[in-house]
Design a protein around this ligand. Structure first.
Ligand code: MN
Length: 316
């Protein structure tokens, strides 16, 4: 579950709860343990069936049906995964708002609140809360959660999606007692001993370069995680800290075997290129400068296909 989606969802959930709304936060997978520092992981339900029997306060059986559905940070219907495919009927009969900031979003439903100038869905969610005069419900916990996206979607105010409004929102969140040091520590500084060993192993033995293309990449197999007693979650940020910061690098990517043996690939590139266009060929797309996709093929096949696609893209 993407962090931007997670924190905008949690913020809205908390505020709607304070307004005494009956609200459920749904996602098809559980949030990562690394998000737990904002205290919201437990609110996410992974049972995505929206239309379901429940016991009401009197112990009698009732039927829970939503009056309004809101999606956060989803750029297409596909990205709602099972939350949509298991509930098509409910979606067709319910008011549904799409809150998102991706340029690839084709305004896929009737009510779309999309601002492609927002650095993140969290920034947009904050602007919506301001517009609705709900800022008074933003507790320090919510403010810290919304603040957490700043360090992730903007790579600490560095990516080109950072605007004047991003800084204004951050400043307003700090005024609402966001703990702005906490997410920075949690995401960029804190590191386990095993994680340091894993990064060393990748940098020493798996990082490859195609210098005349200005490409750096690595393909990481399960045995590398076994050797260092880690898992794929420990890879977070190696791509932006080590690959993307090499002075001549224009495009970098990281492919790795996940616990379920699927291959996940993350891309980064400079403004000269558009990795969304490359990732789209693998049936996935996201931002121009940062994209990713999953594949059921072997890691060797994925590596070959990416190199092939890069060749086409770079020879344009
Ligand atoms: Mn986002």
């Amino acid at each position: 579950m993407d962090m931007d989606a997670f924190w905008s969802l949690c913020a809205m959930y908390d505020i709607l709860k304070q307004l005494w709304k009956e609200v459920r936060a749904i996602n098809d997978e559980t949030p990562l343990e690394t998000y737990a520092f904002t205290w919201y992981n437990h609110i996410i339900e992974t049972n995505v069936i929206l239309d379901s029997p429940v016991l009401n306060k009197e112990g009698a059986r009732g039927w829970w049906v939503p009056e309004l559905i809101i999606s956060f940070d989803a750029a297409s219907l596909d990205q709602l995964w099972k939350s949509y495919t298991e509930n098509i009927e409910v979606f067709n009969n319910t008011e549904f708002y799409v809150i998102d900031h991706h340029i690839t979003n084709p305004w896929f439903w009737k009510t779309n609140i999309i601002n492609t100038n927002s650095s993140s869905t969290c920034e947009l969610t904050f602007d919506i809360l301001k517009e609705l005069n709900l800022v008074k419900y933003i507790t320090p916990k919510i403010a810290t959660s919304l603040m957490s996206w700043i360090y992730t979607d903007t790579n600490i105010f560095y990516n080109s999606n950072t605007t004047k409004n991003t800084h204004i929102v951050a400043w307003e969140l700090i005024e609402l007692w966001a703990d702005f040091r906490k997410p920075y520590y949690e995401f960029y500084m804190k590191r386990t001993f095993e994680k340091s060993k894993l990064w060393w192993e990748i940098l020493a033995n798996h990082m490859k370069n195609i210098e005349n293309w200005k490409v750096v990449y690595a393909c990481v197999k399960q045995n590398t995680f076994d050797k260092t007693n880690t898992d794929d979650r420990q890879l977070a940020w190696i791509i932006s800290e080590f690959f993307a910061n090499i002075e001549w690098v224009e495009i970098c990517f990281l492919s790795y075997e996940m616990w379920n043996w699927q291959i996940k690939t993350s891309f980064r590139c400079t403004e000269k290129y558009n990795v969304a266009a490359i990732a789209e060929k693998f049936a996935w797309w996201w931002h121009k400068q940062a994209s990713w996709f999953n594949s059921d093929k072997s890691i060797e096949e994925v590596e070959n296909e990416i190199i092939h696609e890069l060749k086409i893209e770079l020879n344009k």
